[in-house]
Design a protein around this ligand. Sequence first.
Ligand code: PEP
Ligand code: MG
Length: 591
Amino acid sequence: MASRMLRKGIAVSPGVAVGQAYCVPEVFVDPESEAIEHSEVFDELARYEQACEKTAADLKALFQKVSRQVGEKEAAIFRAHKQILRDPAFSDKIRQSILRQRMSSQAALKRLLDEYSAIFKRTQDAYLKERLADLRDVIVRLSGHLSPILKTDVAHLEGPLILVAEEILPSQVITLGEREVAGIVTQAGGSTSHAAILARSRGIPAVSGVRGILQQVKNGDLLVVDGREGHLMINPNSEVESAYRKLQREFVHLKDTLVENCDQPARSADGETIELLANINNLGDARAAVTTGAAGVGLFRTEYLFLTHRDVPDEEEQLEAYRQIIEASPHRRVTIRTLDLGGDKTIPYLGHDREANPFMGWRSIRLSFEHPEFFATQIRAVLRAARNTDGTTNEVRLMFPMITTLEEMRRVRGMVRRAYRQLQDGGIPCAPVPIGLMLEVPAAAVAIESLLEVVDFVSIGSNDLVQYLMAADRDNPKVSHLCQPLSPAVVRVLSDVIAACRRADKAVSLCGEMAGQPRAFLLLFGMGLRSFSMSPAFVPTIKDLVSHLSVARTVEIHRHALRLKTTGRVNRYLAEQLHEIAPNLELFDLT
Ligand code: PEP
Ligand code: MG
């Protein structure tokens, strides 16, 4: 029996899960059969070819499944992976290792993976990094067909699984549906990692940044994931296990019950109406927004359309993609954000030089301005998508990320005006849309009064606003103690910005992760915020929380929180308030 242990990581998706560990291997190499005999070479080659065929069949099935469920563009990645598999340069390397060096196919794959990983670590080139990640994906999938041990192990595991991995790969994310995944633990950190985003959008408890966990846990170990506290327990004793199993049952039951409120309006105990919107990246998320009862989409991150596209989607392709998203979204209400690339998200065809500080550099709106044609195409596609072919219009809004100065906002307004005029002059159906700024840069928070004069609405992007205010990278676990949305400085800035918007009678919303965190929500509601956008999975919880709130109580909470001088105090105070107001929702709260 492996030892009992408690490990601390970063809480990234709330809830509690108990289950058997499944360590997601990259490539499993059995040391006993790493080298093969001369006589085995041809059998080994045949085994490898068979694995290639099976992998190709998997990729084809995945392409079809994802095209059907999400969209053809999102599925394009699997077609690209098939091309890698068929690329002679790739397979020849493996065949040569088997043939000349008498390596087992697993060992050959592992060596190739190690080579790629070494390049991956060295390179800063985003394009190369992306290609290497794709190669890694293909190798891991191929290896799954070569390792009987791996398959047997999974088959032996019963009940819901807790995935333990370095990071969850995009392909694994999509195939997860075949086995019930109760929890996710990753060694990689960051609340915006693939695993974190997946876990949140599916409501799966998750902890990230647990260094060295793959060395401590083996398949079949009993794990408790406390996604609220950011804890992981390995082989707990029976009392702890049964206490957590009880909590897990409550969590699952509560989640199921809360979704039943999806048709209800979001209204506070004293009758205030609140708007709960969804953050989406693709069609699947838009559909999830409908099932969880969101009132619309408050943030559509269009970069995912570009990141999953092999080349630049042209105006017609973008128009089609936006139409599909609008069609699938609740009440056809969608706030579309223009490309937010750079930082940790880069695409090859926009050309991106290495920068010392990518988050402070040429990202987001700054990059869009440097490609005016490309940027104008996106604006035109959005203006066209706002009008349906039957002449009716949709509630589409256009929002610009990372605005820093008044000049930038004036410039985008001018671009939208020109694009609209051009479309009209060309007789192309389109509709005017409200224009908003994403408040993510401290300079824009300071200058909010003048910016308000040139925008129709504001959406606070607290994920970035917090990292810039605190000068602490949102993806770096070493500074996660600083990158805290409930630090007094952030609370003060949010409070001032919301007050300024209300004074100017401008629509204001918040679309960062904190909108879906119960304790932070108490405070934001108390600040007078009435529109929130969050992961679709959080909508039912927050709707329930709202029904317990009153304006008077939350205004008092806000007033008191403003007097607290440390993040710890603000956190503790809000946790106590949540405990008094809605103890049943504490399981959905991140500490
Ligand atoms: C934000 O910064 O708060 C935000 C919602 O945008 P993203 O997470 O895509 O940067
Ligand atoms: Mg942002």
